[in-house]
Design a binder for this molecule. Structure first.
Ligand code: ZN
Length: 247
């Protein structure tokens, strides 16, 4: 990466009337959240078929201990890293309108970001599949599995998107609207291989926006659409870019 690319990217962000970020697993790896795909990823150790919504409905006794282990015991220990914190600073300075994240770990909010569209939902909430009420995961004890709904005793499901389940239309709508408005989109830690989420940067691009990409390795975005590719770890490159914007 040339310093030139960093300076130009910082300039684009500084000048933008509306900027957004689009984040994926790569921003949370440095926080200790394992990626789902690839070697060493969650799906190399666990059978992803168990996280089909229909399988979960039929076998909650089998699936809930796995959910607890992967998403609550492991994720529960994760803390925001300098990349999450830098994005919260950018929002605080009025230079970031919002984040669309594919992550379900809640680390953007933990870092202090206010406008976060969680495209695939979040581990921070659960929904009862009988009475449809939502609960804060922190209020649901996981000593007995599956945990019963506090109101009706029904089956609780973590409020993230299972396989075979669609993206909540309100989240998709909000994310797409933000992408249409954004003059700059900061892509961090994602190659956009998961659809339909991966199309968000293309919405920005098709409306005349600029794409700034921070990734460890080249992606489809870097080959095809990114205006600036800042290669490096999210937790190192993001604060450097944000510092350049705000100084
Ligand atoms: Zn209920």
């Amino acid at each position: 990466m040339s310093n030139h690319a960093l300076e130009n990217a910082a300039h684009a962000l500084r000048e933008a009337r509306c900027a957004m970020a689009f984040t994926g697993a790569g921003i949370s790896v440095e926080s200790g959240v394992p990626p789902f795909r690839g070697p060493g990823g969650v799906w190399s150790k666990y059978d992803s078929g168990k996280f089909e919504k229909s399988y979960f409905r039929r076998h909650p006794d089998e699936v809930w201990p796995l959910l607890k282990e992967i998403f609550f015991d492991n994720f529960g220990r994760a803390r925001p890293n300098p990349a999450h914190i830098a994005l919260a600073e950018l929002e605080g300075a009025g230079k970031l309108a919002g984040i669309v994240t594919q992550n379900i770990d809640g680390l953007h909010q933990a870092a202090g970001s206010g406008v976060v569209h969680e495209y695939h939902g979040s581990t921070r909430r659960m929904q009862c599949m009988t009475c449809r009420r939502f609960f804060d995961s922190a209020d649901i004890p996981l000593e007995t599995l599956p945990p019963p709904c506090p109101d009706c005793g029904g089956l609780l499901k973590p409020d993230f998107v299972f396989f075979g389940e669609g993206i909540p239309s309100n989240v998709h709508h909000a994310a797409t609207e933000l992408a249409k408005q954004a003059e700059v989109c900061l892509i961090i830690g994602t190659g956009g291989t998961v659809q339909p989420a991966g199309r968000i940067p293309y919405v920005v691009k098709s409306h005349g926006g600029i794409l700034i990409e921070i990734n460890l390795y080249d992606t489809e975005y870097s080959y095809r659409t990114s205006d600036y590719f800042l290669q490096g770890k999210a937790g190192w490159m993001t604060p450097m870019l944000v510092q350049a914007v705000l100084e």
